[in-house]
Design a protein around this ligand. Sequence first.
Ligand code: SF4
Length: 308
Amino acid sequence: MEGHKAPTHSSADMDELLGIHVSSPRDDFQIREVHVSSALRKDPLPGIDYSFNPYIGCYHGCTFCYVPRILQIDRRTWGASVVVKRNGATVLAKELKRLPRGLVAISTATDPYQFVEGKYRITRHALEVLLRANWPVSVLSRAPLMIRDLDLFTQFADIEVGMSVPTLDDRARSFLEPWAPPIDARLRCLRALADAGLTTFVGFAPAYPPTGGWTPESIAEVFASAGVKKMFTRALDDRCGVPEAMARQLDGSELAEDLRRIGDLETIAPFVSRVGEECRARGIDFRSAFGFRSTDSNSGFGSPRTKR
Ligand code: SF4
């Protein structure tokens, strides 16, 4: 990546920049623009050939996010800034001409529909490029802004679109991913995508422990009702300061005791196994993250050491 002297925007001028009001995860949230020299990255996850990440950093700043570990970013600064790859789609177009065709995952290390996408449209422009080249894509987000690009999704010959929904208890969500969109909004987005005839999937990852009275049956029922066709899961990646960050976030919360069990496989594994059974009973292809796209994988609980 090649940085350049592009503008840096603070929260003070963000309303003007975006034309909408959004509360920042931190008062000093920064948006920085760069030009990059590469767009696609070979991805180690089975079944995915490349990843395309339009941004570096993520407004959502989820407490459990594994990306700070991968990028070796101080977790305490995660969610404080985002770097916009201004020419990402242009570079992508050039790469598609010389690389072997393969499945592109959007995204693996950022949220492609975090709020800055409303302004910058790097994800949308990348989709336009991929559509013209007729490459297969898999899109995953926590943000219902994704529905804006329905017109493009429906033109692809080979596409799957998904939402990360690791719990149905929005109160639990508000503790561990407080700046990500509410669960209901994600479910509505999934329903709209399915209604448009698209194959939809859910990333039930990292699987939260059961809270709010949700049972494996009721969870599976909600996803089936939303038209979800596939699900993958994985356990919490608890390296690099995740337990400490979660402890800080949960301090004093009445859900602290329950949510701390997100890293306890003795709690999570049997729960997720039951969720999987109930989902499969309703026709949802439920798999571990590692085997999500692999036909010969087991369909048990995913390794805590795999990416989504
Ligand atoms: S939305 Fe995804 S990339 Fe963004 S902070 Fe949350 S887990 Fe990380």
